[in-house]
Design a protein around this ligand. Structure first.
Ligand code: COI
Length: 354
């Protein structure tokens, strides 16, 4: 805890907790009572404050609105049996936020300011951390340009914020995905590895086309040839092909997922064969057709471990084995949940208590 950072707190005089149904927490629809803000002005972060959650004024000329100069993170906190907030790998989220910031020509946020802000907002809204199995407090840090200028140039002023949502599962059922070979999410040299708002905005239409065809999500392929599997937009993708855990190697068009990394570290610690490499669409489709793909799942903060039940490619749907038969994905999900909730030791040092 940094003693030097002063955070002004204006408390809400009417908590929404009594009206909140913690047994029904659709992802991203319920927000806690407060939010944290900070301003970047004259080359430094200042004015850290917590205010009641609500609308805030911003310039209609902000480059965030016009040019998508905005980045975000997603992380989760869990309620421990002794009442503490257990936050999963927050330093890794900050590292990625700062990588995104550099790519989007935005200022880095120093670790001490980030941790202090996080700890303060979690402490203010501690009672919003859900306790039921499968639920958690989703933490959304984000940063955007606060310039009042619609010309294109590096911005000077920025806003950093953290909002909190108690959530249940992002996907409530196993997902059906389509391998996308027409639209493109990210290209070499682009912003795919950054958690930049525009990466997600541009993916909504192709995902909607797939949803109209009966799928939940896409599996994106590389933007050059559509030959290689990349990620799913809301999560990284992983496959158990015969006895090996296989996932696309990271590149500048794939998000470096923290859940992805956690799954790989756990798998390696169990002695599982793991391959991070290029996976061609042809290899995957041939393995699906030959029944060699035993498991397929997405890995993400919001999605956690999301079983994939079906993969569509060029009009053919390949069904995966029943979820109950999936040894690795079920085991790693349970292991991750136990570490996150503090019911099992944390050998990797991932949990920060707040
Ligand atoms: C997350 O998993 O935190 C994400 O950012 C996915 C999101 C687009 C819901």
């Amino acid at each position: 805890m940094v003693e030097t950072l002063k955070i002004d707190i204006e408390r809400s005089n009417r908590s929404r907790l009594p009206q909140t149904d913690f047994t029904n927490l659709p992802f991203g629809k319920v927000y806690s009572d407060h939010m944290l803000l900070a301003d970047y002005r004259d080359g430094e972060w200042k004015n850290f404050r917590i205010v009641p959650y609500g609308y805030m004024p911003m310039s209609p000329a902000s480059p965030a609105l016009h040019y998508g100069q905005s980045i975000f993170e997603g992380m989760k906190a869990y309620h421990s049996s002794s009442g503490e907030a257990l936050v999963f790998r927050p330093s890794d989220n900050l590292r990625r936020l700062n990588i995104s910031a550099e790519r989007m020509c935005m200022p880095a946020l120093p670790e001490d300011l980030f941790m202090e802000s996080l700890s303060a907002i979690i402490d203010t809204d501690r009672e919003w951390i859900p306790t039921a199995e499968g639920s958690s407090l989703y933490i959304r840090p984000f940063m955007f340009s606060a310039d009042e200028y619609i010309g294109i140039r590096p911005s000077q002023d920025f806003t950093f914020m953290i909002i909190l949502c108690p959530v249940g599962a992002y996907y409530s059922t196993p997902v059906k995905v389509k391998i996308e070979t027409h639209y493109t999410r990210a290209v070499q040299g682009g912003t795919g590895y950054a958690k930049a708002g525009g990466n997600y905005g541009g993916a909504i239409y192709p995902a909607k086309v797939a949803q109209d065809q009966g799928y939940h999500q896409l599996i994106w392929t590389d933007g050059k040839e559509h030959r290689y599997i990349e990620e799913s937009g809301t999560m990284n993708v992983m496959f158990v092909i015969e006895d090996t855990l296989v996932t696309p190697a990271l590149s500048d068009s794939i998000l470096n997922g923290i859940t992805r990394d956690s799954v790989l570290k756990i798998a390696r610690s169990w002695g599982m064969k793991v391959e991070e490499r290029k996976i061609s669409v042809t290899e995957l489709v041939d393995a699906l057709a030959a029944g060699k793909v035993k498991e397929a799942f997405g890995a993400g903060t919001a999605a956690t471990i999301a079983h994939i039940e079906l993969i569509g490619h060029e009009g053919i749907d390949y069904k995966l084995p029943a979820v109950e038969e999936r040894v690795f994905a079920n085991k790693v999900y349970r292991e991750l949940e136990a570490i996150k909730r503090g019911t099992k030791p944390d050998p990797f040092g991932w949990i920060v208590k707040m």
